[in-house]
Design a protein around this ligand. Structure first.
Ligand SMILES: Nc1ncnc2c1ncn2[C@@H]1O[C@H](COP(=O)(O)OP(=O)(O)O)[C@@H](O)[C@H]1O
Ligand SMILES: [Mg+2]
Length: 558
């Protein structure tokens, strides 16, 4: 008896970290294109895997196969028996005919099926039914079904969806709130494995913050594809890199993966450096990184991962990062931009009102608003593409500006030029017209060789943004205006872009959905609201967390 017990305890210890998902000999091929080639890997209980990889690497395909929504060419995915998986749906309209509360309850499919059958049987009660009802009720009890509604309601209020919305139909919900309901649905009933493909895409900073917190303290297995570095850093214990048809897991969050693989690449290039020196350098890097994470205020169960960072795993990255470098043609003087009493509206609706701003040299201002129409109107006015309702603005005479609009279609639609000729539109001298010179710019943005001769109107969204950035690099302005610059870019480009803006010597006005970008580039926040502006010299995180500012923001938007 005692022996048996001991055996059980040992067994339990051994299986403490069970393999939640096993991927076995998985291959996926579309026509000639091989996306996955004999992938064997496991996802372990309690870990959160951030799935990364270049555009088109196969992240979404992989998630669909894991979720059972798509069959691989060969191989299989095995979920641990008795475990439940749930998927955050990308189609936001699937539940339009259901109420909010019902939508959440449907997240636990088994429980929902039991409840539906039970309700139907009760409605048509016979002695024969009674037995079946009894059975169902037992299962319902075991699954804590009687608390389901109140659990769902709590979940909704945690996501700040008040009781007044619980019986609203999904198709009557505001887009942002709808995403929150779907989030609640995916999380409902505490699934053992949670699958999410780019969950932060349509969310505001507050909701992303909530999700970061939730997942960081969530003990179950999570697989998430994301381009949001702040999010990945907040939630991941592992980074799973899809490259060359394989998947490789690395311990640590995104920043750790990025920094360590860069360090490994540098070390690889330093042929003559001694092995011990390299080892010492890596150890020092890990020590510093771990100390920083320990200091950060996210006190979460996920943080345990840091103990497990190890040297053997670190490999140089094979990724290509675009060389985004913003030079300035000439330095600006002290006067950059002066705005007085600027207001704008659309169809009689006030977007922002009475904005005053004195922009100093070197300011990197996060232009922020709950309404993206406000920030876009602000840039359009400063670029003389729209007239304000009131107010004036003056650019300093030594300033030169360049603008990356959120919508770049006018630069490409109906334009029949190859990339070299397209970029030539912005050269300043005869010397710059030279094909080799222009190709140099394109090469830096990873349009090398033949790629540079592609027609500009066939480009993907990400490629167009890379062209627009080449254009900005060529203009060499000392003031940059960027409206949602990271849209459509992959993680490599976002990371490179972020680094170059942090190092930029000029001044910047920018608006972004990327938290890390806002936090690491901005030193001043300008929030545009229908009741005026809030203007503070502080970091984006400080701004979001400041209690006084929170109160003020509530008032300014009401
Ligand atoms: N059903 C399909 N048939 C053919 N090609 C597909 C199909 N689904 C995806 N692809 C292709 O497979 C590649 C990977 O797509 P996807 O998984 O969406 O990439 P990611 O999410 O990493 O950007 C892309 O080149 C895409 O065009
Ligand atoms: Mg995808």
């Amino acid at each position: 008896m005692f022996k048996n017990l001991l055996f059980l305890v040992l067994l339990q210890q051994f299986y403490k970290k069970i393999k939640m998902l096993t991927v076995s000999n998985l291959s996926v091929q579309f026509g000639k294109r091989i996306l996955f080639d004999e992938v064997n890997t496991t996802f372990t209980q309690g870990n959160c895997y951030g799935i990364i990889g270049a555009n088109g690497a196969g992240k979404s395909t992989f998630m669909k196969i894991i979720a059972g929504e798509m069959d691989p060419t060969s191989g299989r995915v095995i979920l641990e028996p008795g475990k439940r998986m749930s998927v955050l749906d990308q189609n936001h309209n699937l539940f339009d005919e259901h109420t909010v509360l019902e939508t959440v309850l449907m997240g636990n499919k088994v429980l929902h099926a039991i409840k539906t059958e039970m309700d139907a049987l009760y409605a048509d009660y016979t002695d024969e039914n009674a037995n079946r009802i009894g059975e169902l009720q037992l299962q319902f009890d075991e699954m804590n079904g009687w608390n389901a509604e109140s659990d769902a309601a709590t979940m909704l209020s945690n996501l700040e969806i008040g009781a007044e919305h619980h019986y609203t139909l999904m198709n009557e919900m505001d887009g942002k709130l709808k995403v929150r309901v779907l989030l609640a649905q995916a999380l409902f009933g505490n699934p053992d494995v949670l699958i999410m493909d780019e969950p932060t895409n349509d969310l505001d900073f507050e909701t992303i913050g909530w999700l970061e917190n939730f997942l960081a303290n969530y003990d179950n297995t999570v697989l998430v594809v994301s381009h949001d570095r702040h999010f990945l850093d907040a939630v991941c214990t592992h980074v799973s890199d899809i490259d060359f048809g394989k998947i490789t897991h690395y311990s640590g969050n995104y920043t750790f993966w990025y920094e360590s693989s860069q360090l490994a690449a540098r070390q690889k290039a330093q042929q003559n450096k001694k092995a011990e020196e390299k080892k010492a350098e890596l150890e020092e890097f890990i020590r510093r990184f771990s100390a920083n994470v320990a200091k950060s205020k996210q006190a979460t169960s996920r943080k345990k991962m840091i103990e497990k960072l190890n040297l053997d795993e670190i490999k140089p990255s094979s990724r290509r990062y675009p060389a985004i470098i913003f030079d300035v043609e000439r330095e600006a003087g002290d006067q950059i931009l002066n705005i007085q009493n600027l207001s704008a509206s659309v169809d009689g609706e006030v977007l922002f009102k009475g904005v005053d701003l004195n922009m100093a040299k070197g300011d990197k201002i996060v232009v922020f608003s709950k309404d993206s129409r406000a920030t876009t109107a602000f840039y359009e006015i400063l670029n003389k593409q729209q007239t304000p309702d009131s107010g004036t603005f003056d650019w300093g005479i030594t300033t030169t500006q360049s603008y990356l609009p959120v919508d770049n279609h006018e630069f490409f639609d109906g334009v029949d030029l190859n990339l070299v000729d397209w970029l030539r539109q912005w050269v300043k001298t005869e010397e710059e017209r030279d094909e080799v010179y222009v190709r140099g710019f394109l090469g830096k943005m990873i349009f090398s060789g033949e790629e540079a001769l592609k027609k500009c109107n066939v480009l993907s969204g990400g490629e167009k943004v890379r062209c627009m950035l080449s254009r900005m690099m060529m203009i060499r302005a000392n003031v940059l205006m960027l409206d949602e610059p990271t849209n459509h870019l992959d993680l490599e480009s976002i990371t490179a872009f972020n680094n170059s803006l942090s190092n930029f010597k000029g001044s910047v006005l920018f608006t972004t959905h990327d938290h890390e970008f806002a936090q690491t580039v901005g030193n001043r926040i300008l929030e545009l609201t229908p009741n005026g502006a809030i203007d503070r010299y502080m970091t984006f995180d400080e701004y979001l967390e400041d209690e006084k500012i929170k109160e003020l923001r509530l008032k300014m938007y009401s």
